[in-house]
Design a protein around this ligand. Structure first.
Ligand SMILES: [Zn+2]
Length: 465
């Protein structure tokens, strides 16, 4: 069989009638099972043909409309015809752009002008959006390969163009005064549990040789229930950071007078963020980091053989004590911490004396206990009753942030990517990547170009005679 694909222009100004574009051939005698439907190559070519005819008709209509002078209605003379090319999502289209000579009825000089100027850019908006979208999720080369593999994007639209599209989208995102509020992130009501913000830092490799080899990337997350909204910047020390944080918080519905819990691992560098946040904050020490330290204690205590350490005590007293300690930390019993720590230190001393063979294990365990003690002392203000918080449905751990950071930075910017970047390039890429993860890239893109992602196909019977 053979199928002739014909295009018929319904209401296209200049182009009318039907145009034969494509013949699809199948030999019934040569097909085997499974050989049904179009192949990817045929589908791509079909799309490319339709796109070519569509863009040509669009261009001709615009040129024809500009031919009559809007003031006196005179028909303008032709200057020349230029060949113009534009990259689209469905192929690189070459079209002839006629230039007219302007009318002198308003007293101005006659000069040549092209009606398509401003309408034709190097690539169309739909392609720019897809390039920014895929370029922020995968490496620029991989993104170019995906677009060229599955869509009839021209081979000349390679990784350099993808990078340009990502950086342009990033710098426009930067200039947006406010980010869209996502429906799931309605303004937090007073009845709701307060939102939790968490921050973490990461590093990306710098392109220039010499020191420093890396630059810092700050990532933040606003969590509410299971919803997460991310934020990232490569300029954590700039004056602009408070403004960025305000914009980010506002887009998640956290306004300036809202109460927010800021969860950190207690590192001083992240604590300074608290002063930059515009809303009322409460510092909460992340339970994830405490739990890791408790685990180290458990493991090292487990290496000390059970033994009666105090008169009248159980032979598992050390294990029991470390479980008590865990419970006191979990329930935020600060009055009991100190007592429990001192008891444990005494028990370790006695273990060292009684079990000289395992003195090393006791010393290691002692070190871990002192480490936790110091950590809790330094960050005493952030220790809360984690049990009660958990029961009331609030977050107690920033493990979600760690995951987000590895998703944001690790996969695209750092580890295993063997890529170096400029600080600005990384920053702009992160803006697009965050917008993509927050599900707001298309919304923002449609502010700039409303037609991107729209569906404007009319039903056939609306224009059929
Ligand atoms: Zn005129």
């Amino acid at each position: 069989m053979g199928m002739l694909v014909t295009l018929e222009f319904a209401d296209a100004g200049v182009k009318t009638g039907s145009h034969r574009v494509f013949v699809l051939q199948r030999n019934a005698g040569l097909t085997e099972s499974g050989d049904i439907g179009l192949t990817l190559a045929e589908g791509k070519q079909l799309l490319e043909c339709v796109q070519h005819e569509f863009v040509a008709a669009q261009g001709e209509e615009i040129v024809a409309r500009a031919r009559t002078c809007p003031r006196c209605g005179r028909r303008l003379a032709m200057k020349d015809v230029e060949r113009r090319r534009v990259h689209t999502l469905f192929g690189r289209v070459a079209l002839s752009a006629t230039r007219w000579i302007s009318c002198d009825c308003d007293g101005s000089c006659r000069r040549a002008f092209s009606p398509l100027r401003g309408w034709l850019s190097r690539s169309n908006n739909e392609l720019s959006y897809q390039a920014a979208r895929w370029g922020s999720a995968y490496s620029y080369r991989a993104a170019a390969a995906i677009l060229q593999e599955l869509l009839p994007v021209d081979w000349r639209f390679g990784h350099v163009r993808i990078r340009e599209a990502v950086l342009e989208a990033g710098s426009r995102l930067e200039k947006e005064p406010e980010l869209p509020t996502i429906p799931e992130f309605r303004p937090f009501g007073s009845m709701d549990a307060p939102a939790t913000m968490a921050f973490d830092g990461g590093y990306a490799r710098r392109v220039r040789k010499g020191r420093p080899r890396n630059f810092e990337i700050l990532t933040g997350v606003i969590q509410k229930h299971k919803k997460i909204k991310v934020f990232a910047t490569a300029y954590p020390n700039r004056v602009a950071l408070p403004d960025r944080l305000r914009r980010f918080a506002a887009s998640a519905g956290v306004l300036n007078d809202t109460f927010v819990n800021v969860m950190t691992d207690g590192a001083g560098s992240l604590l300074r963020l608290k002063t930059m946040l515009p809303m009322k904050t409460r510092f909460v020490l992340d339970y994830f980091h405490i739990a890791m330290k408790l685990r180290h204690i458990d493991q090292s205590v487990g290496r000390i053989p059970p033994c009666r350490l105090s008169p009248g005590g159980s032979i598992f007293e050390l294990c029991d004590r470390s479980n008590y300690l865990r419970a006191y930390v979990w329930t935020g019993r600060r009055d009991k911490f100190e007592e429990s720590f001192h008891t444990m230190l005494q028990l370790f001393d006695r273990a060292k004396a009684l079990l000289p063979d395992d003195a090393d294990a006791a010393t290691v365990a002692l070190g871990h206990v002192c480490d936790l003690w110091g950590y809790l002392q330094t960050n005493a203000a952030g220790v809360v009753n984690y049990q009660a918080w958990k029961l009331s449905g609030q977050r107690i751990s920033s493990s979600g942030v760690e995951g987000t950071v590895s998703h944001l930075i690790g996969r695209r910017l750092g580890k295993g990517q063997h890529m170096c970047r400029t600080k600005r390039g990384a920053h702009l890429l992160l803006q697009v990547r965050c917008a993509l993860l927050n599900n707001e890239l298309l919304t923002v893109f449609r502010r700039w170009h409303w037609e991107v992602g729209s569906y404007r196909a009319a039903l056939p019977w609306e224009w059929r005679p």
